[in-house]
Write a protein that binds this ligand. Structure first.
Ligand code: UT7
Length: 354
């Protein structure tokens, strides 16, 4: 039976470290609040005008390619997950292809827009492509450059202190050995799409009010052709930043993480006692410890690095998995569980025999 396996893994974190105390210089927040509510101590921000989401992704990709023992020309499909792309379009997949210098046009490039669960979705797509025999070396990337799109004033502190920049990547290959991806499960529920969202710029023209019942005036022209994406009013009123109802998201996250992990275990005829290492999406240390308790895992069975990098959304799982592997926490034969929940809402999990 053909399965997909992770043949190489890489990560890249920009060198600029911003501590919680650094943020207190630009907004009303405190190291104590951020640590207590999220576990975050510091995060990385990319160098403006020198780095982009794509260049971060490219650095992680090159490491994954090298560790897989292949040449970049061997990559036959790219899947790029991000919520902070370089451009509105085209997506980051083709930009990464160009950045890596892959000139072959016989490869495909796909963009995934599933925010925090983007890497799990991307991994699952790669898994299906490999199992079907369509591709042999799929480059799966999660990369984010949040620092270019956050509100660093006190008004935006509920969101901006949480997120950081970074990238992680894996090369997925087929294997006939008794290892690799055992199960992936994906879910979505669009009912609460605006509870964690970045809605401007977009084509809604105020239409989404029907769903949210909010009475925000975005200043869209009422009629006529050529409606504009970003209105002066949006800029004046700071309506061009991500919005999040943190507690609402938190409550659903702690419910969905254990559920979807359990689903993958049942699919593979395994139990939570079989898990060697859980690498959860790094959304909040309190969410991770809740999930840990629910699954009855010991501290050494859960890998967290949100303390150093914050929440890097689509990049958080591959960065954490890479770091766990580099530090020797992931060994041959280990059962590794990956899980994420986020905007959409979308959530998912993957179970891997390393
Ligand atoms: O990865 C994508 C998925 N996202 C998540 O999973 C996020 C889930 N949610 C969370 O992690 C938490 O809800 C947050 C960390 C975002 C917020 O923590 P919280 O304990 O839910 O705080 P809160 O939003 O209820 O805010 C509590 C207070 C408020 O003040 P008042 O109204 O009680 O006076 C906020 O204004 O904390 C205030 N606050 C801050 N204070 C200092 C909000 N942000 C900050 C801040 N510094 N950065």
């Amino acid at each position: 039976m053909v399965r997909s396996k992770i043949a190489g893994i890489g990560k890249y974190l920009p060198c600029n470290v911003f501590t919680n105390n650094d943020l207190t210089k630009v907004m009303d927040t405190s190291d104590e609040w951020i640590r207590e509510r999220t576990g975050i101590e510091e995060r990385r921000y990319a160098t403006k005008h020198k780095e982009t989401t794509t260049t971060l992704g490219a650095k992680a990709s090159l490491q994954a390619i090298e560790r897989a023992g292949i040449a970049k020309e061997d990559v036959d499909f790219i899947i790029f997950a991000t919520l902070s792309p370089d451009y509105y379009f085209p997506g980051s997949g083709v930009l990464l292809q160009r950045e890596l210098g892959i000139t072959s046009t016989s490869i495909g490039a796909l963009d995934i827009r599933n925010q925090c669960s983007g890497f799990i979705y991307a991994l699952s797509v790669a898994d299906q492509f490999i199992k079907s025999g369509m591709y042999k070396n799929v480059l799966v990337v999660g990369a984010e450059m949040h620092s270019m799109g956050l509100d660093f004033s006190t008004k935006g502190r509920g969101v901006s202190v949480i997120f950081g920049d970074g990238a992680g990547a894996v090369i997925m290959q087929p294997t006939n050995e008794d290892k690799g991806v055992l199960s992936t499960k994906l879910h979505s529920d669009g009912t609460y799409a605006e509870k964690l969202a970045f809605i401007n710029p977009g084509s809604h023209g105020g239409y989404h009010k029907k769903y949210t019942n909010d009475d925000i005036d975005y200043g869209f022209p009422k009629d006529g052709l050529g409606e504009i994406f970003i209105t002066p009013k949006m800029l004046e009123d700071d309506l061009v930043y991500p919005q999040m109802e943190g507690q609402f998201v938190f409550k659903l996250a702690v419910q969905k993480f254990p559920e979807v992990i359990q689903e993958t275990l049942e699919d593979a005829n395994l139990t939570k006692g079989d898990i060697d290492l859980l690498v959860p999406h790094q959304a909040n240390l309190r969410i991770a410890s809740f999930v840990q308790k629910k699954l009855g895992l010991e501290d050494h069975q859960v890998f967290n690095n949100i303390q150093k990098y914050g929440n890097t959304t689509a990049a958080s799982i591959p960065i954490a998995l890479c770091e766990a592997w580099e530090q020797g926490h992931v060994k041959e034969g280990n059962l590794v569980s990956l899980a994420a929940f986020g905007s959409g809402f979308t959530w998912g999990a993957a179970l891997i025999r390393w």
